[in-house]
Design a protein around this ligand. Structure first.
Ligand code: NAP
Ligand code: MG
Length: 476
């Protein structure tokens, strides 16, 4: 059992002021794997006070000191690789190969990228008539979801440390252990006390206390739109800055000249990844009407052979949903798709054969989906694809942009002019052409209801800074 009922405050592991605990469950086995503390408002207050006290010192550290700190973190993070891979497989149900290649790796890359950005980052810019100096914002409250435990926390932490801001982190209570390993890493890396504080517990209590604390200057949140709204409301009182990374319903536009089988593989990967629990998942597959039959056949074949199952097995590519609640949500959307009259071509209701224990969904694909159906408009956060057809490219772009979200977009095909045209026309914060590799410098964030602000790389660091213009600065 992993019983970690302490918080990390002011450079020490401390008892919670409360006695309640939260069980952490392995979603592949449905077994309790440990407990964390259910933190209190008092715990949050102590953490915020520690961060506030550390701020004057940490915000004045030099660029070189913070680069050295980030480089130490990278080294210690690499030393804990096996622990991360094991824990994320257990707490999230992520397939073990992906726990390494995606989960472990993404967290690491954010710290590396932040160190690299700092080498050249402009904190003082002479703009002719004035200079702009960028000051660290103050105490930042970081609230993260369960779907990428290292990535979501690391992008915020790396940016905050690079900027010289101090933090209080509340990770998702469903997947708290990756953040506990990070606290151990920071301690080893020589983090000055009070710069990083970790309070575990529920969103309604710990998260709420962070976003309403008067000494928190900035709340950086990743999660659902519903909680994002609550955070904005809390932040309105006292005028806190917020950054919100919320949901998505991202389109994959397939061009008429695409290799149909490879396009179908891309589409299936896009919804199977992390069991569909990806905010940038390409869940609306928008294809030319003319290739529909061939495309549907290719998708059926790929789904039938997709390795869904025990996350501990090396060959597994898709594990369970993170929780029973999430599994039930996915089921309700599959039922909704059937009720709305979409055509079920793969998967469907219930668990995959032989996977009765664990919160496993079937990899599910609907065709004949209309973009105004609920399954095409609402974020399911599960492995459910909606295939929608178009007659010409203008219609494809119109369908792609007909959503309240705008987090990501994808385009797949051959003709460079068409690829560029579609990519430039999509209204979303991150567009990927033909499975181009990720880039940890590229800004990440959403248009419309997908959020406010940007993370990753230099854009991420900017969020933790306040620009100050100085007029008439003497040249001293
Ligand atoms: P969620 O319910 O919004 O939870 C996210 C975090 O907020 C958790 O740590 C949660 O704590 C906390 N929280 C809950 N209620 C709160 C409150 N009243 N005040 C402050 N914090 C509160 O989201 P989720 O179910 O974990 O994740 C799924 C959603 O996140 C999806 O909509 C997905 O699209 C979105 N998401 C977006 C991105 C992105 O980068 N844009 C990335 C990942 C996920 P507890 O759960 O511990 O109670
Ligand atoms: Mg939740």
């Amino acid at each position: 059992m992993r019983n970690y009922t302490k918080h990390y405050i002011n450079g020490e592991w401390v008892e919670s002021t409360g006695t309640d605990t939260i069980d952490v469950i392995n979603p592949a086995t449905e077994e309790i794997i440990g407990q964390i503390s259910s933190g209190t408002e008092e715990d949050v207050h102590r953490a915020v006070m520690a961060a506030k006290e550390a701020f004057p010192y940490f915000s004045q550290t030099s660029r070189e000191e913070r680069i050295a700190l980030l480089n130490n973190i990278v080294k210690e993070y690499e030393n804990r690789k096996d622990d991360f891979v094991q824990i994320i497989t257990e707490e999230l149900g992520s397939p073990i190969s992906k726990s390494e290649s995606v989960q472990y790796e993404m967290g690491l890359q954010h710290f590396k990228q932040a160190a690299k950005e700092l080498e050249t980052f402009t904190f003082l810019e002479d703009r002719g008539g004035h200079v702009v100096q960028k000051d660290a914002i103050g105490v930042a409250g970081l609230i993260t979801p369960w779907n990428f435990p290292t990535n979501q926390a690391a992008t915020k932490l790396a940016s905050a440390f690079a900027a010289g801001a101090t933090v209080v982190l509340k990770p998702a209570s469903k997947t708290p252990y990756a953040a506990i390993i990070m606290a151990e890493i920071f301690e080893k890396a020589g983090m000055p006390k009070g710069v990083f504080n970790l309070v575990n517990g529920s969103g309604s209590r710990v998260g709420n206390a962070i976003s309403s604390h008067s000494d928190v200057a900035f709340v950086s949140f990743t999660g659902s739109g519903a909680v994002g709204e609550k955070i904005m409301k809390n932040a309105a009182e006292g005028i806190k800055k917020v950054s919100l990374e919320l949901g998505g319903k991202s389109p994959l536009v397939i061009l008429p000249d695409a290799n149909i089988y490879k396009a179908a593989q891309t589409a299936v990967e896009g919804v199977a990844n992390n069991a569909g629990q990806v905010c940038t998942a390409a869940t609306r597959t928008i294809i030319p009407h003319s290739i529909k039959n061939e495309f549907v056949e290719a998708v059926k074949e790929i789904v039938a052979n997709y390795p869904v199952g025990d996350p501990v097995k090396e060959s597994t590519q898709m594990g369970p949903q993170v929780s029973k609640d999430q599994w039930e949500t996915v089921q309700s959307y599959i039922q909704k798709g059937i009720d709305e009259g979409a055509t079920l071509i793969a998967g469907g209701l219930g668990k995959p054969e032989g996977l009765e224990t664990g919160y496993f969904s079937q990899l599910t694909v609907f065709s004949n989906v209309k973009n105004d159906m609920v399954i095409a408009q609402e974020e399911i956060f599960g492995p459910v694809m909606s295939i929608i057809t178009y007659d010409d490219l203008d219609e494809a772009i119109e369908i792609a942009n007909d959503t309240v979200y705008g987090l990501a977009g994808y385009v797949y095909g051959e003709e460079p002019k068409l690829l560029a045209h579609v990519a430039k026309s999509l209204k979303a914060g991150r567009i990927t052409i033909n499975n181009e590799d990720g880039d940890f410098q590229a800004p990440f964030g959403g248009f419309k209801q997908s959020g406010i602000g940007r993370e990753w790389g230099d854009y991420g660091i900017e969020e933790f800074l306040e620009p100050k213009s100085i007029l008439g600065l003497p040249n001293v």
